[in-house]
Each structure stands twice: as C-alpha cells, then as structure tokens.
Design a protein around this ligand. Structure first.
Ligand SMILES: Nc1nc2c(c(=O)[nH]1)N[C@H]1C(S)=C(S)[C@@H](COP(=O)(O)OP(=O)(O)OC[C@H]3O[C@@H](n4cnc5c(=O)[nH]c(N)nc54)[C@H](O)[C@@H]3O)O[C@H]1N2
Ligand SMILES: Nc1nc2c(c(=O)[nH]1)N[C@H]1C(S)=C(S)[C@@H](COP(=O)(O)OP(=O)(O)OC[C@H]3O[C@@H](n4cnc5c(=O)[nH]c(N)nc54)[C@H](O)[C@@H]3O)O[C@H]1N2
Ligand SMILES: [Mo]
Length: 778
C-alpha cells in the first residue's frame, strides 16, 4: 500500500499491449488485462476525461483485505444467535461452504418461524459494484422475496434522503427534477449564470451508478465559460469547481444556504425585479411566502444584511450577486450535500423558489436542476431503449424505514417515528442481511451503530473484503469482485452498453452473490422461484433481450447476444433533449400540469403545513441548526465524498492508498485555523467531539474557508485505543463524529455532511492501523 503503487499500472497507449477485455464500473468504462503478472487497466479510448478511480483495481484482486473463505463469528457459533456485546471484537472460524449455508438456512428458517419475515431487515443499502445482473442489492431482495416471503425494506437513499421526499410535494419526482431536466448541452449553449450551491466538483460527476462511458463535465464547463457563461460557486471549498470553469468563489458558512438564498430573493423583491407574471401563472402560495420573506409574518425581513449576519458573506456581495441575476438565463443548482444536513429539505425547496421568482423554470439551460454536477447521471440525455434489471419479486412485508433510521430502528423496536405525514412503528428486527453495502461506511455516529448491531440475533454479510461491516457480522460470505464475473454494464442516461468480460478467476473460495443465494434457496426449497431455472449466463442473455427487442422494434441494428458480447460494447439511441416535465409545463401549464397537488410549483405547501412539523413548515424557511459550532467545538467538519475512491470501495486500492499519508486519511484545514492550534502540514491530528474521535494527517490549505475542516468519507473504520486510553478511529473515518439524526420528521434523511468538532495536534504515536488486515481467526 505504498505510494509507489499509485496509478502507475494504468496503461498508456504506447505500452506493449496485453490482451485487454472490456469491463465497466460506476466510475468509468475501461479494459483490463494481465501484463507480467500485474493487472493493467486502460480507460475507454473515447472517454475525454477518464476517472483515476480505475487505478484502484490494479492491486485489488489478490489484496490481503479480500475475504477468501466463509467465516462465522466464534461467539455466534458457540452460544448461538442472540444479542452480543462481542460483535465487532470477536474472532472468526473458517467454514466450508456446505456447512455455512446449512447453518444459515437453518437460522433463516428459525427467524421466519419464530418471528416472521418482518423480523428480517433486508434493506441492504449500498452501491456495490456490478452490472445489471450481479447487482447485490437486487440479488438479496429477490432472494428474501422469493425464499422468505419478504423483508423489512428501507426507502430513499443516503444521497438524496431529504430531496426525494420534498421534491414530489413541490415540483415533481427526483428523476424529473434531477435527471430529465437541463443538460450540459443546454448549459454550453444557453446559460448565462450557473449559481451552484455546493459547487460542481468533478470528482463527484465522474461517477454514475451503472456506469459512465464519457466524462464530459470538464469540457462542458470549459465550453460554456468560453461562450461567456459565469459559474458562481457557493461553497466552503474552492476545489468544488475545476479551474476550467473559472468560477467565482463565495465562501458562505456551511449550512446557511437557505438564509443566503432568502437574502438574494429579498433583494430582488425589494427592487421589484422578481417575475410576478411567472409567480402568478405557474406557482401556488407565493403571498404567504412573501409575507415571511419581507418580515410581515414574523417581524424579521430576510434582507441581505440579515443573510450576511448568518452566512458570513458581506451584505454587499449578496446584493451584487442578486443584481446580476434578473434578465439573465440563470440556472440554480443545489448539490446533494446541502440536504445531507439538518433541515436538509429547506435549501432544496428554497432554491426552487429562487429559480421560480427569477422566472426561469423550464427554459433551456435555465431554472432549477437539483443535483446537476453531483453525479454523471444528471445533465445527460435519456436512452430511447430500456436496459433491464434483475426483477426483485414481491415483498410480502409492509414495514419500512427511511434508510438512515437503521440504528434508531434496531435500538428502539416498537417505538413510533414520524415520516412524511405518517406516524409509523419501528419493527423488531432479529436478523439483518447485507449484500452490497457498507453501513459502517455510510451511517453516522458509528459508535452508536455498533451498539445497534449488537442487539441483533444474527447479522449476515456478503463481502469482497474485510470492511468494518464484515468484521461486525456473525456470518461473512466471500463474494466475487466485479472483475471476477461476467455482466452487462448499462445506465439509463449513458448511451454505451458494455459487455463486462471476466478479467480474473474468483479469489480463494469467493462465489457470486447469485450462486450463494441459489444454493441457500435450494436449502429452503425455493431454488426454482429464485433462479427461474437460469444460470447467470442465461440471465445475461435474458436481460439483454429486453434491449435487443426494443432496438428491433425501432428498426435499429439489434445484434444477438453473442455478437454484442464479442464486440464488447453497443451504442444505444437516446431521446431528444426536450427539457422534461418543467419545459412541457412552462409551454402549456394546463395541458402539462406538474405532478403536485395544485399542478403548479408549490411555493408554499398546504400539505406540508398540515403535517404540523416545526422542523419543516409550510414554506421554505431559515431554521438554525442544533449541531452548529460551539465554543468547545468551534469548527465545522465537512465530510464529503472522497476524490480517490467510490465511498469505501477499494479503499485499499492503489490510487486511494497513494493519496493517504502514513496510511491515514488526509484532512484539509485552513492555514489560520491550523496556526492557531500549532498544527503543521503533515502533522497527525485528532478530530473530536462528544460522540467520538478520529485521527487524520493534516494538510494546510487556503482552499478551505476558515472555520471549516474537510475530511472525506471512506477510510475504513478502524477503532483503537490511543496512548491516553481514549477510543479513536486510527484511520480517519469521519462518521465516528457525525450525528445520527434525521433531517426533519418530513424526510428523516441522513445528516452526515456537517458536524461541529474540535481539532488538536496529536503529540503521541498513533495506534497502529489494522483496517486492511483480516480479523483474527481461531
Ligand atoms: N458522513 C457522511 N456519510 C455519508 C455521506 C456523506 O456525505 N457524509 N454520503 C452518503 C452517501 S451519498 C452514500 S451513497 C453512502 C454510500 O454508502 P455505501 O453505498 O454503503 O458505500 P460503498 O462503500 O459503496 O459500499 C458498497 C460495499 O459493497 C461491497 N461490494 C462491492 N462489490 C460487491 C459485490 O459484487 N457483492 C457484494 N455483496 N458486495 C460488494 C464493497 O466492498 C462495499 O463494502 O454513504 C453515505 N454516508
Ligand atoms: N469520487 C467520488 N465521486 C462520487 C462519490 C464518491 O464516493 N466518490 N459518491 C457519489 C454519490 S453516491 C453521491 S450521492 C454524490 C454526492 O454528491 P454531493 O453530496 O453533492 O457530494 P459531496 O462531495 O459530499 O459534497 C459536495 C460539496 O458540497 C460542499 N458543501 C458541503 N456542505 C455544504 C453546505 O452546507 N453549503 C454549501 N454551499 N456547500 C456545502 C462541500 O464543499 C462538498 O465538497 O457524489 C457521487 N460521486
Ligand atoms: Mo450517494
């Protein structure tokens, strides 16, 4: 894991060519092959801006962190299923496949008979890497539906927990507002100002679930800028835009965007520059909102000066920005990150109101495109033919949780919680089955999550590697890495369908998730229902057929599966760049109403007001956070997406490892804040608050605003005791610090992005790193 391993094995065009076979990942299409015993990966030749994340594959296949054999936790084996404080501390016992599957099938039957399928949590949130068929989350859902009768599921995502719930109340579905809306083509041609809250970091838009063949964002920004488009980045980090965009950087305090947007809009309304015709014709509920904005409702006018006192930007800068917007083609963009925070619903809603008041919704390159720039799915055209996914069957259990309420559910069975106008009860979960996700990556307050998982009878995990989640499981089943399988790579917003060839044989005893589930189903008497009599190879052909028939129906070339497989890829037709539902609505609001209660943009929402939530009132509002900076924890931690990997995946990979220092994650801190604490570049630092502490290597920079520390997510949780006897994650996982509380009772989304911390220089040798060593076997 030394830096010298970096991305050096990514082949360049000039090297002697090994036999390369095509493959695809969420971070790009590439080919891979072996040269002198080393894996070489080469980006797709048509990709203008390849993602360096493909470098993480080069050393991954045979890495010691891989799980090589089925493992059972000793305590579970000796004492049987049940809550256990040793979960996560115990040793493991290797076991042959037949025996482990017999034991697991018996445990599934026990839980089902004693407690019913509603005692099994199968939400299994996560971004595991696969194509259309081997997608682990679809596999586990299909297995639990066909073989157990169902499972408690989770709804929404860690990505967009708040917006997925608020957007349908006010504009339309996430898909309509984020995916089928403004494209990069429109921005290049039409947009005058892109006002981006949370920036548009290329590290993020280089990723798309299902795959991405051409990374066009950098060139699109360059072309738009050359035509005269101005990018404005409201963000705590300068690096949230690439240099090509020549963005103006406005470093507002994190978590204050709603106040800033209110200040901008107050300026417009006070000068009469808001689009009254648009608000009257296309929107509902402006008057109530205007009463709030102008201070008639609560005595506080949301002036630029008021906003300045909250967000820390000069009032004059706010007034100047407001004055630069009317009469221009303005696109307002809000990154996912803003709503992964307390009251995350508010900036999503407020940005829609700002764009509506500018009269821009539905115009080419204008209006509001939630999350454009945060993932490669957005700003793209949609394919004109479908790409099939593994059907998941029918879930007989009705219970669900908003995805980020996992620890609450495990710690509070039978208790009530609020969600989107409903009052629901947390089910009592005895068994959790995870395949394809890493809750010890994605969840907040990991010390609390640990306690929560200890309440289970049994925790089953399929993993490629010894993540912290695998270490906290009772049964760990080794599964193949995508490079060890054949699959079909495709996403609805990418025109390239990829024949994902097998690059390597499975490591150790690893098996495909599909084959594991098929053999488990066999033991439960449901093999036929799960497999429909197909092998994986037959499933690929079956799924491919959906696309082939759609191509044939459009009288396009529709090669058979073998031809597609041999060619390695196929270009799919795409739909016109038509602006989606917002354009149609603008052109004819009576024929194409929005899917909201009024058919219009809900500037206020009587529905949401009717829920009576103080933390999500009936129109967007500034609601100060509870977890803001304090005297003891004066810094705001930004735990954003890592530039060197996808979440926690392949954190041991060569590229991810090459960007660490002394094997630890790097946090970036403003030079002044560092100086005040006697911290020099490269020092080990301890980041802490009342919930926990982690170690990181400090990088000093003025691209981070004062008062802010940035530590990306994804370093594998590595709990240890430091020289002073304190619990610390010795690797640098920020989720030991973040707060496990929903955005509001409306969406109950994840609030992991921001938290208040203190940072100090570490004056002792840090505990050793164990994250990438397999756990102790006995
Ligand atoms: N503090 C904080 N926390 C956050 C965020 C944040 O901004 N701040 N962001 C959140 C967001 S947006 C997200 S989407 C989540 C991401 O959270 P996750 O999606 O859970 O993270 P991944 O690391 O992608 O987890 C995928 C896991 O699947 C495993 N895997 C890979 N391939 C396979 C396979 O074929 N089969 C099986 N069975 N397993 C496989 C990988 O080894 C990995 O452990 O994190 C969230 N957490
Ligand atoms: N390389 C890489 N790319 C990824 C991922 C990854 O793990 N690695 N994950 C993918 C996934 S699943 C998702 S959901 C998307 C996530 O997309 P986002 O959630 O938008 O991504 P982040 O990097 O967490 O945040 C983007 C930026 O928002 C800024 N920010 C944070 N808080 C605030 C705030 O309160 N106000 C303002 N104005 N700015 C703020 C931070 O500076 C941060 O760099 O990224 C995707 N792309
Ligand atoms: Mo996400």
């Amino acid at each position: 894991m030394s830096a010298s391993l970096s991305a050096s094995s990514i082949a360049s065009g000039s090297e002697a060519r090994p036999a390369m076979r095509p493959h695809s990942a969420h971070w790009g299409v590439f080919s891979a092959g072996w040269q002198d015993g080393a894996l070489v990966v080469r980006p797709h030749p048509d990709d203008p801006d390849p993602n360096p994340l493909i470098g993480n594959f080069t050393n991954a296949l045979r890495h010691p962190a891989r799980v090589t054999t089925p493992m059972v936790r000793r305590g579970w084996l000796e004492r049987g299923p049940g809550p256990d404080p040793l979960r996560g501390l115990d040793t493991f016992v290797p076991m042959q496949w037949d025996e482990v599957l017999d034991r697991l099938a018996a445990e599934l039957q026990r839980v089902k008979q004693r407690h019913g399928a509603q005692a099994v949590f199968g939400g299994s949130y996560g971004w595991s890497s696969a194509g259309r068929f081997h997608h682990a989350q679809s596999q586990v859902h299909r297995f639990l539906n066909t073989s157990l009768g169902g499972y408690v599921r989770s709804v929404n995502s860690y990505s967009a927990g708040a917006s997925a719930v608020i957007l349908p109340h006010i504009l339309g579905s996430m898909d309509d507002v984020a995916r089928r809306n403004v494209t990069w083509e429109q921005i290049v041609e039409h947009t005058d100002v892109v006002l981006a809250f949370g920036g548009m970091a290329l590290k993020n838009s280089r990723v798309a679930s299902g795959g991405i063949s051409r990374h066009i964002e950098r060139d699109s920004m360059r072309a738009a800028t050359a035509r005269g488009c101005r990018f404005v980045s409201v963000s705590p980090l300068r690096t949230d835009f690439p240099p090509e965009a020549k963005a103006d950087w406005l470093a507002a305090k994190p978590g204050t965007d709603t106040a800033l947007m209110l200040g901008l809009l107050h300026e417009l309304v006070s000068s009469g520059l808001h689009d009254r015709d648009f608000l009257a014709r296309y929107c509902e509920g402006w008057p109530e909102f205007e009463d709030y904005l102008m201070g008639r409702a609560d005595g506080t006018p949301k002036t630029a000066a008021w906003a300045a006192s909250i967000c820390g930007l000069p009032g004059r800068a706010i007034a100047e920005l407001a004055a630069a917007l009317p009469g221009k083609r303005v696109l307002v963009v809000v990154a996912h990150s803003l709503q992964r925070a307390e009251h995350g619903e508010q900036p999503v809603w407020m940005a829609a109101v700002l764009a509506a008041a500018l009269g821009q919704l539905g115009l080419p390159g204008g209006g509001y495109n939630y999350a454009l720039g945060t993932l490669a799915h957005y700003g793209k055209r949609t394919n004109a033919v479908p790409v099939a996914a593994l059907p998941q069957g029918t879930n007989g259990v009705k219970d669900f949780i908003p995805v980020a309420r996992i620890a609450d559910m495990l710690l509070h069975p039978g208790e009530a919680f609020d969600y989107n106008g409903q009052r629901r009860i947390y089910p009592h979960i005895r068994m959790a089955y995870w395949a394809g996700g890493n809750p010890f990556h994605h969840h907040q307050d990991l010390n609390r999550l640990r306690e929560a998982f200890r309440r289970l009878d049994t925790f089953v995990v399929h993993e490629i590697a010894w993540t912290a989640t695998a270490r906290h499981a009772d049964i760990v089943l080794p599964c193949t890495l995508t490079l060890e399988r054949e699959d079909i790579g495709a996403a609805p917003t990418d025109p390239l369908m990829v024949a994902m060839h097998r690059i390597a044989e499975p490591h150790g005893l690893a098996r495909d998730d599909y084959d594991i589930f098929a053999d488990l189903a066999e033991r439960l008497g449901t093999r036929e229902a799960f497999t429909e009599g197909r092998t994986s190879g037959q499933w690929l052909r079956h799924l491919y057929e959906r696309t082939r028939t759609a191509l044939a129906a459009q009288e396009l070339e529709a090669p058979d599966f073998d031809t597609f497989w041999e060619r390695g890829e196929m270009l799919l037709p795409q739909q016109a760049d038509d602006g989606g539902i917002l354009r149609a609505f603008r052109e004819d609001p009576s024929r194409h109403p929005l899917p909201t209660p009024s058919g219009k943009v809900q500037i206020s929402s009587p529905t949401i007001a009717g829920f009576g939530y103080a933390d999500c009132p009936g129109h967007p509002a500034w609601l100060p956070p509870e977890d803001g900076p304090t005297t003891s924890h004066p810094l705001t931690l930004i735990s954003n997406q890592p530039a060197t990997r996808l979440h926690s995946q392949l954190d041991f990979g060569a590229y991810s490892a090459s960007q660490k220092r002394d094997g630890r994650e790097v946090c970036t801190i403003n030079s002044a804040d560092a100086a005040a604490r006697g911290i020099a570049d490269g020092d080990f630092v301890r980041l802490y608050n009342g919930r926990g502490a982690c170690l990181a290597s400090a990088a000093l920079s003025d691209s981070v605003m004062p008062g802010v520390v940035q530590l990306p997510t994804g370093a594998w949780y590595d709990p240890a005791i430091d020289a002073s006897g304190r619990q610390i994650c010795t690797h640098g996982n920020p989720n030991v610090l973040t707060r496990d509380k929903g955005t509001s009772p409306l969406a109950q989304g994840c609030t992991g992005q921001l938290t208040a911390i203190q940072v100090e220089r570490l004056n002792e040798t840090p505990p050793p790193m164990r994250a990438f060593e397999p756990p102790e076997v006995s």
